[in-house]
Design a protein around this ligand. Structure first.
Ligand code: PLP
Length: 419
């Protein structure tokens, strides 16, 4: 057995990293296989693929901060786990977090607790759009958005992002033209998964202006708010003038502190009517009672874990820079990576490779999975603009990223040989 900083690794699991640089706690390889986690234990398709490296779903392979683990342990020493609620102290830790991290003053009475961002998105869709009415999304985008709209009998309207010199931008002219008298809501992803944009004040102000002109609600999924590069700042939608009466922001500790399996989230709705309608919808769907341990974890996260997040962001900045350089050196123009201003997700652009090798998106997906044994999120599920793209999750020790790039190289070689 190996033991690195107290984490026990089974023999044969740990592979020494192939890069030079100091080891960090984020370099520890924690064995997740066999824990019924989606990332490592889910197998795509019908055939078991041995030694598959999963770099798909957006959770991190890093252990959550020790402060959170301790808070959960402490709470489990009390033998009663009765119904619980998000108390003042939790709410104060959330507002203090937003004030110090994002310069955003949130009023405690504006907060609602939800059992995750997507449950709150679904509640908002049901409450604020009638069946058949339209919700706008900016594609390519986190694919459960379109599912949440369609599953509830509402209509998806796409406002595709524009690619300008390898960077995605909002197309506000197209947004204006896409709005009809049946449009009720813009479901915003900020920062944007999968394209990695952190929207600027001007872009958000443009969006708010259009929403105001057409009396639309903006539901802003800000789950990736804390994961932005050191050169970028996250702008909360509710700091934009005019947003308070028409926007709801959704936050969660699940990405920042790697707590997705604990399922919790916080909605911020300064407008009292919007807030009470969302609260009723959350109640109607039975999502109003927090899981006690998820609340305990979220509370410790916002109260105690800023230094841990600072270290995480340093690691991710370096990881992303390193990965981009490796991709340039290994693949040239065959694989491009748009700027990753936020999130830990690389939106790999393989379009030139697929065109020159005459390999289809589907065939490339097969090569990646079955020949290179690399599990990436395939781009078309994020919208048709994702054809030729694959999303790679970089929130994993550097040794795994190096392994992933080796496997990608194998897949690219196979695709080129087909051409
Ligand atoms: C943009 C975005 N929103 C929401 C979620 C899921 O949020 P939750 O687990 O709180 O429902 C994810 C997870 O990947 C995400 O990337």
């Amino acid at each position: 057995m190996w033991a690195i900083a107290g984490v026990i690794m089974p023999v044969g699991y740990y592979r020494p990293p192939r890069y030079s640089g100091a080891m960090s706690t984020f370099d520890e390889l924690v064995k997740r296989r066999g824990t019924d986690c989606y990332k490592w234990d889910f197998q795509p398709g019908n055939h078991h693929i041995d030694d598959l490296l999963p770099m798909w779903v957006a959770d991190m392979d890093f252990p959550s901060p020790p402060e959170i683990l301790n808070a959960i342990r402490r709470r489990t020493e009390h033998p009663v786990f009765g119904y619980t609620f998000a108390g003042e102290s939790y709410k104060e830790s959330f507002t203090a977090w937003q004030r110090t991290r994002n310069g955003w003053d949130v009023e405690i009475e504006d907060l609602l607790f939800a059992s995750g961002v997507m449950p709150a998105v679904r509640a908002a869709i049901l409450e604020f759009a009638e069946p058949g009415e339209e919700v706008i999304i900016q594609t390519p985008v986190y694919f459960p958005f379109s599912g949440a709209i369609k599953d509830n009998g509402r209509t998806v309207v796409e406002n595709p992002l524009r690619e300008v010199d390898g960077r995605y931008e909002m197309d506000l002219a197209h947004l204006r033209s896409a709005i009809t008298d049946r449009t009720r809501m813009i479901l915003l992803c900020s920062p944007h998964n999968p394209v990695g944009r952190v929207w600027t004040h001007d872009e958000l102000a443009g969006l708010v202006q259009i929403a105001a002109e057409h009396s639309l609600l903006i539901v802003s999924d800000e789950i990736h708010a804390d994961i932005v590069r050191s050169t970028t700042s996250f702008v909360p939608i509710l700091t934009i003038p005019g947003a308070a009466e028409r926007a709801i922001a959704l936050h969660a500790p699940s990405k920042t502190f790697n707590l997705a399996g604990l399922a919790s989230g916080t909605a911020v709705a300064p407008d009292s009517e919007l807030r009470s309608r969302l609260e009723r919808a959350i109640y109607r769907l039975g999502m109003n009672l927090p899981n006690l341990l998820s609340l305990e974890a979220a509370h410790a996260a916002y109260r105690e874990c800023a230094p841990w997040v600072d270290q995480l962001l340093i690691y991710l900045d370096a990881q992303i820079e390193w990965c981009k350089e490796e991709v340039r050196a290994r693949f040239g123009d065959a694989v491009r990576v748009p700027a990753i201003e936020g999130t830990y997700l690389a939106w790999l652009d393989l379009r030139d490779l697929l065109a020159s090798a005459a390999v289809s998106h589907k065939e490339m997906q097969r090569i990646l999975l079955h020949e290179a044994r690399l599990f990436l999120s395939e781009g078309m599920q994020f919208g048709s603009a994702g054809e030729g793209f694959f999303r790679m999750n970089l929130a994993t020790p550097r040794a795994n990223v190096a392994d992933g790039l080796d496997r990608l190289e194998r897949a690219v070689r196979i695709a080129k040989d087909r051409g």
